[in-house]
Ligand binder design. Structure first.
Ligand code: ADP
Length: 205
C-alpha cells in the first residue's frame, strides 16, 4: 500500500501557477527523484507532501492518516526534511542538532554512526558556523534521517557537495529507502538517477 497519494495537486501564488496539477503515488521503500526546470514547483510539491503547504487544487492522502496533532509536534517523528536553506540550530553543536529531533524517541538511529556515514564525525562538537556549507548540508541530511521517519523529503540535498560527498548523501538516502522509508528527492544532480527507483518530471511554466 502506498504511504502518500497526491491526486492532481496544484498551487498558485497570486494567480501565477507555482505547481501545475500533478498526481503521485509514493510507496514505502522507494526513492523517487523529482526533476523539472527551476521554478516548476519542486520545492512547492515537497512542502505539500510534508503537510506544510496546502494545495489550491487536488487531494493529499497519507496512509495511515497522520495523527491529529499540530504539525510542529509530529514533524520529526513522521517526516524528515532536508530544506534547501539547511536551517540548523546555530547555538547547538552538530551532535545536539541531531539529538534534538530524536529526543522523544526510544528507537533513534545511532547519532555517532550517522555522523560517520556522512563524513561528519570530526565536526561532532562544533557549532554550525564553524563548518562549511557542504558540511552543514550533510548535517541537515543526517537530521532528516535520525528519527528513521516513514517519509523523507529532500530539496537539492547535494547542491553544496563535491562528487564523493554527493555519493555519501545519496547512498544514505538510498539506505533509508531500503530500510522501508519513502524518499522523495528534488534535484538536478545526474548522480541521483543511479540511486532512484524512478523519476517524476514536473513541467515548466
Ligand atoms: P522549484 O523548486 O522547481 O525551483 P518552486 O516550488 O521553488 O520551484 O517555485 C515554483 C514557483 O512558485 C516559482 O515561480 C516561485 O517563484 C513561486 N513561488 C514559490 N513560493 C512562493 C511564495 N511563497 N510566494 C510567491 N511565489 C512563490
Amino acid at each position: 500500500m502506498s504511504l502518500l497519494t497526491l491526486t492532481e495537486v496544484g498551487k498558485s501564488y497570486r494567480r501565477t501557477p507555482a505547481l501545475r496539477p500533478v498526481s503521485l503515488d509514493l510507496e514505502p521503500g522507494e526513492l523517487v527523484a523529482l526533476a523539472g526546470p527551476s521554478g516548476s514547483g519542486k520545492s512547492t510539491l515537497l512542502m505539500i507532501a510534508g503537510g506544510w503547504e496546502t494545495p489550491d487544487t487536488g487531494v493529499v492522502t497519507p496512509h495511515p492518516p497522520l495523527p491529529d496533532r499540530p504539525m510542529a509536534e509530529q514533524q520529526w517523528d513522521h517526516v524528515g526534511f532536508v530544506p534547501q536553506s539547511i536551517g540548523l540550530f546555530e547555538e547547538l553543536s552538530i551532535t545536539d542538532n541531531l539529538v534534538f529531533p530524536a529526543r522523544n524517541r526510544q528507537d533513534r538511529t545511532d547519532v555517532t554512526k550517522l555522523l560517520e556515514t556522512l563524513d561528519l564525525a570530526k565536526f561532532a562538537g562544533r557549532r554550525p558556523a564553524r563548518i562549511s556549507r557542504g558540511e552543514q548540508q550533510r548535517v541537515a541530511v543526517a537530521r532528516a534521517l535520525v528519527t528513521a521517519p516513514a517519509l523523507v523529503l529532500a530539496d537539492e540535498p547535494t547542491s553544496h557537495q563535491d562528487r564523493a560527498h554527493a555519493e555519501l548523501v545519496l547512498t544514505s538516502l538510498r539506505a533509508a529507502a531500503d530500510a522501508g522509508a519513502t524518499v522523495l528527492v528534488a534535484s538536478h544532480d545526474p548522480l541521483l538517477t543511479q540511486h532512484a527507483d524512478r523519476t517524476i518530471t514536473l513541467a515548466g511554466a
